[in-house]
Design a protein around this ligand. Structure first.
Ligand code: ZN
Length: 235
């Protein structure tokens, strides 16, 4: 299956369960479905870090309720306070394009993935879970340094050492572009569900979104490309 990557089997490690870092967006919802196809028991964890739209958390809750997935929501307000970003400050407009100087766009929240994955790992260990799934992706590289494969691998080592426990960080989307992420959702039989129920838009509009922010544009470009390629193979 597309994007499945590899599975690591470690002797004496319970491989039946996983926890998914879940925002309620397209990528993490696709990861949730991927995890549900790979593991017997799947849970989700969402972080409330004062993101612009509390709707994102409502969306994550609604999806977990709908799918019967155990859901933990952790309060991370301090992150939004110490790391200013257009996602956490109403007075910072979201960049409509990538900055020219190769710095991350102002939607970048310093340390976010490190903090989230660390807390996900702490929760996972308490529950005896070893597998952690995250939707980070290097292909459509948005300039976020903590979405890079090398960062995830480095953090995996650090988490193991920090907690004297074996974690396996899974990144099923790492090498997929947005069109391939839609293809993965489709191969799991969940394309329409992901399209209609997830929130990716920086302006907080569910489904196809505002159409104007970078997240909506990226999402739409990928969907159009996937649908076009699917139609082509049908002909
Ligand atoms: Zn949008």
């Amino acid at each position: 299956m597309l994007g499945c990557g590899y599975r690591i089997y470690i002797l004496n490690m319970d491989n039946s369960s996983a926890i998914v870092v879940f925002s309620g967006g397209q990528d993490s919802t696709t990861c949730l479905f991927w995890a549900m196809s790979e593991f017997d028991h799947v849970e989700a964890i969402t972080f409330d870090y004062g993101q612009r739209h509390a709707k994102e958390i409502d969306c994550a809750r609604a999806i977990c309720r709908d799918l019967g997935v155990e859901h933990t929501v952790l309060e991370m307000e301090q992150l939004g306070r110490v790391a200013p970003s257009s996602l956490t400050r109403d007075n910072v407009a979201v960049d409509k394009a990538m900055p020219d100087d190769h710095t991350p766009p102002n939607s970048f929240v310093d340390g976010r993935n490190m903090v989230f994955l660390t807390f996900a790992a702490i929760v996972a260990k308490q529950k005896g879970i070893h597998n952690i799934v995250t939707g980070v992706c290097e292909t459509d590289f948005s300039g976020y340094p903590d979405c890079r494969d090398i960062f995830i691998k480095s953090l995996n080592v650090s988490l193991d050492l920090a907690m004297d426990y074996t974690f396996v960080l899974h990144t099923p989307l790492m090498w997929l572009d947005k069109a391939q992420t839609w293809a993965l959702a489709d191969s799991l039989g969940r394309l329409d569900y992901v399209r209609e129920n997830t929130l990716t838009c920086y302006n907080g509009i569910k489904g196809d979104g505002c159409g104007d922010c970078p997240a909506c544009k990226l999402r739409k470009r990928g969907l159009d490309k996937y649908i076009a390629s699917k139609n082509q193979t049908k002909q």
